[in-house]
Design a protein around this ligand. Sequence first.
Ligand code: ZN
Length: 262
Amino acid sequence: MYLLYVDESGDPGLINSPTTHFILNGLIVHSNAWFDALDGIIKLRKELKKEHGIRVRTELKGKYFYKNKGEFYEKKIKPEVRLEIYKKILNFEVTSGYFKTLFVCVNKSYPHTRDPKELAWQSLLERFQRFLQSAGERGMVFPDDGYIKFVTQLQRKMRRYNPVKSNFTGEFYTDYRILNILEDPSARNSVSSYFIQLSDMNAYALHKYITPARGYDTLYPILDSSNVLVAEVSKLKGGKKGIVCWPGQCEGCPNSTIKNPF
Ligand SMILES: [Zn+2]
């Protein structure tokens, strides 16, 4: 059984939105590795407490590093040190061997016929389904608590009927139900879930790769150069591993070469 933790970066709005991209990250942990993964994060957090005074219970979000918020501000932790801590956490993720991860990136500068939130979540669930299917496993979904109602409805719908347009002809539809995903999603509060916090930091790392600033574009390559990204994700649409881009013309995204699928 695989657990999928999901968090986002950017907002899904199309009108007067402050962001150009809406990004979802899914962090995958196998049930057999779950305790070790948790213990690994706790050990890391204890090191951060010892080295920088950051409390073990403090919520870590990508945005807090960049914008110097919360305990980073209180403890007056320097910008270069914040970036180093961010890198340390991502390096733990890629070297620990407990995690796999995947992204959906919706570029809102292009016209969209669908709600970016629905497009992104549907893509993510389809890719998770595909991942589970090729692994011969079942899975469950744990989103950040903001979208729980929406994700519950979507999962229930996709379990019963999910026509997906063929990538090759654009005409034939395949019914691609998410039959390897069990139960309704279960919400997690990011304050109390280290896994959601890690997913948030992944999503923010990709966002800052697309809109680079102050050295934060050096974070995503840590994920990209490792084997944590789920390769199967890109097989449906092509492009670079681990990211599904919509509509597929995302300048700055690592897989900007793929064709517009519309
Ligand atoms: Zn993109």
